[in-house]
Design a protein around this ligand. Structure first.
Ligand SMILES: *Cc1c(COP(=O)(O)O)cnc(C)c1O
Length: 408
């Protein structure tokens, strides 16, 4: 992990960044993002590899620009993410749009912007295909495989709303043949936090068989679900081993097809999770009959994963490195159950101490809200030894900004 024992990133002390920009604060380490990107890139040896960053994990435009600089494409799930990507400098061809349950109007707008369209619904394929028979399409299949860390983030199983069932491929083929559609890609994404890469390899055969049905196929997109460590002893995806096995199969498939195809992935969490730290200041230390609570200047409005997914995030007290450890439950200020971590061993916490919560890069800031009329935190990117403010802290006026004054 990138953070040293003295809580520095690239030589900059987290403590000093908090001093400069205040708390609560999201801090991202570009070196970790670059390391993860390069690890993934070198894990595969195939004719063409394309890594599309799933920007719903962390969509700050400075992060998108960093991804662009590294050579990534972009995986988007909304028209707004497409516009952010274009704003950050991605070309339309570098952006793939994978919508679910969106209106035909939104898909139409995405088509006008020129991005790649990944269709996950037969009715949509038919109606969009009728109107735009010449566009290149990607088809999202549902391989009916159970994978993913928990039910909310597992999206490839039989009851999932995502993708077109592999059992419906005969109908897809009929539509494609009748309308003369150009299917350039096939796609699947079975969930997040997949422990067992055998799941990917099992699904690979399904995707290969699907790809064979389309003469115009250019790429196979295996989605994501790569797992990172949230606890020191967690299992993470062995990307190097998976890369070896997957490359072997992909290369055999290219040989079978008689041409070079592109292998695509769309990681979110894998690229940014470990790069992020969420810094909170302790407001109160409160001892009850059973528990010592450390109450901080934030809550699930800023970082919802512990309460929403029951996710574990490591927490450290960076203000008291030599303090003796005690057991705390770290809670936020929201007026309902609002716990960041139960029974955590932290160096003695005193009011004013800064706690750093790890793995705050993915699905943290992007899921933040103004619940309890709280302001959303600032974001800082540490890059080449410098801390850059990449999102300003909200101010009170932001809460009123879209509320017209109505005389009642
Ligand atoms: C969310 C999502 C991803 C990224 O998943 P991670 O677990 O963050 O890597 C990739 N593809 C699609 C279609 C997604 O919806």
């Amino acid at each position: 992990m990138q953070l040293d024992q003295h809580y520095h990133l690239q030589g900059v002390a987290l403590y000093d960044i908090c001093d400069q920009f205040g708390t609560p604060l999201f801090i991202y380490d570009s070196a970790t993002i670059i390391r993860q990107y390069e690890r993934m890139q070198s894990a595969f040896s195939v004719p063409h590899l394309q890594i599309n960053y799933a920007c719903k994990a962390l969509s700050n435009v400075s992060i998108l620009r960093l991804m662009k600089k590294l050579g990534a494409g972009l995986d988007t799930v909304s028209i707004q993410e497409i516009k952010l990507g274009l704003h950050a400098g991605f070309t339309p061809e570098e952006i793939i749009y994978t919508p679910n349950s969106v209106s035909l109007n939104e898909i139409e707008e995405a088509i006008q912007l020129g991005v790649r369209i990944n269709i996950d619904n037969i009715e949509m394929l038919e109606s969009v295909g009728h109107r735009h028979p010449d566009l290149p399409y990607c088809i999202r299949i549902n391989p009916h495989i159970m994978a993913g860390g928990n039910a909310n983030i597992s999206v490839g199983h039989i009851d999932s709303k995502f993708g077109i069932s592999i059992h419906q491929m005969p109908l897809v083929e009929r539509i494609v043949a009748t309308l003369g559609l150009n299917v350039e890609g096939v796609h699947m994404h079975t969930g997040s936090d997949i422990l067992d890469t055998q799941v990917f390899l099992q699904a690979a055969d399904i995707l290969f068989n699907t790809a064979k049905k389309f003469d115009s196929i250019q790429y196979l997109d295996f989605g994501s679900g790569f797992k990172v460590k949230y606890k020191p002893d967690d299992i993470e995806t062995d990307i190097e081993e998976f890369g070896r096995q997957m490359s072997e199969r992909f290369n055999a498939f290219c040989k079978e097809m008689g041409r070079d195809l592109t292998l695509m992935f769309e990681p979110g969490k894998y690229l940014v999770s470990e790069a992020g730290y969420f810094l909170m200041r302790t407001n109160v230390v409160k001892q009850t009959t059973s528990t010592i609570f450390a109450g901080v200047d934030s809550g699930f409005n800023h970082l919802i994963r512990p309460m929403f997914y029951n996710a574990y995030h490591d927490i450290v007290n960076i203000s008291n490195p030599s303090g003796h450890p005690r057991i705390y439950t770290v809670v936020g200020y929201i007026c309902e159950t609002d716990t960041f971590g139960f029974n955590r061993k932290l160096n003695e916490v005193r009011p004013g101490d800064i706690l750093a919560l790890r793995n705050a890069g993915a699905y943290c800031q992007t899921m933040a809200s103004n619940y309890n009329s709280r302001l959303r935190p600032a974001e800082v990117l540490v890059h080449e030894g410098q801390a850059h403010l990449i999102r300003e802290r909200e101010v009170f006026e932001d809460l009123l900004r879209h509320q017209p004054e109505v005389a009642l």
